[in-house]
Ligand binder design. Structure first.
Ligand code: FES
Length: 159
């Protein structure tokens, strides 16, 4: 087992099993990264180093792919994903204040995850509920007509 940055641990044998179907096929780096992210929720550095070793690919190339493609995450994601809408309707109705309040409560910036992995905060452009602006989603659940003073109570529902 190897420590993976946060308190998540993983087994390099598992990484080896993800790489195994592609051994010797360097052009398959992206499917390997996809499988790895599916397994761990992000691309842990020790996993990238192991893939590089097994595939005989420079680890810098894997980091290059991981940063080029938006689908890949190099940091662990939270158990709950908050998406604050910053589309026009939500912006006009005070979406920025909602985002600011979340950042204040969780002490993270947009794009970051709380150290306890409880939340990841993201911004999105229009989630199709403009009539309820300002809006945020937590996982698949929408919250509309938000005001900054409602945020804490909503976040408290998630562990
Ligand atoms: S702009 Fe926020 S839901 Fe459409």
């Amino acid at each position: 087992m190897v420590e993976a940055g946060s308190d998540q641990k993983f087994d390099l044998d598992l990484v080896d099993s993800l790489v195994a179907p592609y051994l010797g096929r360097k052009e398959m780096a992206i499917p390997i990264l996809q499988a790895t992210q599916e397994q761990f929720g992000y691309l842990p550095r020790p996993a990238l180093e192991r893939i590089a070793y097994k595939m005989n690919i420079p680890v810098s190339r894997l980091f290059g792919l991981a940063t080029f493609y938006a689908q890949f995450k190099l940091q662990p994601r939270g158990r709950n994903i908050i998406r604050v809408c910053m589309g026009t309707a939500c912006h006009i109705q005070g979406g920025q204040k909602i985002g600011d309040r979340i950042q204040e409560i969780l002490e993270i910036k947009v794009g970051q995850t709380t150290p306890d992995l409880r939340f990841t905060l993201e911004e999105v452009a229009c989630i199709g509920a403009c009539a309820l602006a300002p809006v945020m989603m937590i996982n698949d659940e929408p919250f509309g007509r938000l005001t900054p003073d409602r945020i804490k109570k909503i976040l408290d529902q998630y562990s």
